[in-house]
Every structure is written in structure tokens, then in C-alpha cells.
Design a protein around this ligand. Structure first.
Ligand code: TIU
Length: 220
């Protein structure tokens, strides 16, 4: 086992049983004209973490970790989109509506793609998910079990929505989870800080947190 310095205490992991899951680094959340912007968010905050996420993915690949990418998106016929999700808040643009990057959050449309600079490498698992959590209605659980994964490092957007939901799902399934603090971001800085604080409080009730430098050093 290796260890890294983390909050609230050292995080133990084994390269062979650790996965990096990169959550929803899609154009629809990070670029103008996508789903995130349609909800009224300033998407420029999220762009700042892209180089850090790229470095983290590079380090994980070099260390031989399983690397998983997720995309929040729906089938073109919207059969996996609950009306409650589509209609919530009566946004100007709804999921499935045409926008500048194609239909919002629809699989196969340009906006649903992962940013080109973070593109999955051949052979890496890409999970399309209809919910905020990556375990709901996907094959993620089986894929992690097949590889014998026991520890999961989390990066991506947004911290308090899809990242936190997935980390909580993983924690309940028995994984030791760590969020990489500068490889995740929110449209709301106070929500990012609160999400990391509440996950690591109470002796790591949901898991651990550490910056990418500490993670990359431990992976090296
Ligand atoms: N709106 C928001 O903060 N997030 C999402 O809708 N999805 C993800 O976090 N990926």
C-alpha cells in the first residue's frame, strides 16, 4: 500500500486497486451556450481547472490506474429523461432543445462531448449517465468490481452536484474515496468549499480530500 497526506488523515491506496473517475468535463458544463449556461451559471470558473485535470489524468495513466470518464447526457428520444428533470425551473433552454453546440445534454451531440484536451484515451471506460450520480442506471459498479477497484480518486464538475453525489454513492458501496481539491470546481465557490468540508468532516464521513500535487507525488 502507498499513502498520501490528505484531509482528515493519511489516505492509503494500492495502484492496482485504485481508479480515477473524472466527472462530466463536458462542453455543455464548461463552454458558453451549453446546459450550465442555460441554467444561468457563469461557466468561466470551471475552465480554470482544465490544465490541472489534464495533469492528474496524465499522472494516473503513467501510474497505470484505471481511468474512467463520465458524461451526463440523455438518449436522443429522451426516454431516460424524467419530466421533472427536463422541466425544473422552466429554463429558457431545456435538455434536448437545440443550442449552439447541438441538442443540450444529448448523447452524440457536440455539447455532450468531453473537452478535447481531456479526451479519453483508447481503452478507457466512458460512462454515459442520466443522473447526477454515476452509479445510477449505468454499468459503473460492475466495471469497477471486474477490475477489483477498492479506492477511487474523484475529479471533475460540479463539486457539490455530480461529483459529490457520485462520491456518496461510491462511499456507500464500500470504496475509499478521495476528492482532488484543485481538480474539481463549482459555479459557486462557497458550495465547493462546503461540499469538501462536509465530506471530510466527522473523521471522513464520506471520504478524504487532497490537492493534485499530493496525489501526483504519491502516484509517482
Ligand atoms: N448544475 C450543476 O451544477 N451540475 C450539473 O447539472 N451536473 C453536474 O454536476 N455534472
Amino acid at each position: 500500500m502507498k499513502t498520501m497526506t490528505a484531509t482528515p488523515f493519511d489516505y492509503a491506496f494500492d495502484l492496482a486497486t485504485t481508479a480515477l473517475i473524472v466527472i462530466d468535463m463536458q462542453r455543455d458544463f464548461i463552454e458558453a451556450g451549453g446546459f450550465g449556461a442555460a441554467l444561468g451559471n457563469d461557466v468561466t470558473r470551471l475552465q480554470a481547472i482544465v490544465p490541472t485535470v489534464a495533469r492528474l489524468i496524465g499522472g494516473a495513466r503513467a501510474a497505470g490506474l484505471m481511468v474512467v470518464h463520465t458524461r451526463e447526457c440523455h438518449r436522443p428520444d429522451l426516454s431516460d429523461l424524467p419530466p421533472a428533470k427536463r422541466d425544473r425551473g422552466n429554463p429558457a433552454l431545456r435538455i434536448g432543445d437545440p443550442g449552439p453546440m447541438g441538442r443540450l445534454l444529448i448523447a452524440g451531440e457536440p455539447g455532450a462531448d468531453i473537452l478535447p484536451e481531456l479526451a479519453p484515451a483508447p481503452g478507457e471506460l466512458v460512462i454515459d449517465k442520466p443522473g447526477k450520480g454515476a452509479f445510477y442506471a449505468t454499468g459503473l459498479s460492475g466495471a469497477l468490481q471486474a477490475r477489483g477497484i477498492r479506492q477511487i480518486l474523484f475529479a471533475g464538475v460540479t463539486t457539490e452536484v455530480c461529483v459529490q453525489t457520485t462520491m456518496r454513492e461510491a462511499n456507500d458501496r464500500g470504496y475509499d474515496c478521495l476528492i482532488v481539491t484543485d481538480a474539481t470546481e463549482s459555479y459557486f465557490p462557497e458550495f465547493k468549499a462546503a461540499a469538501i468540508a462536509m465530506m471530510t468532516a466527522q473523521q471522513g464521513i464520506v471520504g478524504w480530500a487532497a490537492p493534485s500535487d499530493a496525489v501526483l507525488e504519491a502516484l509517482d
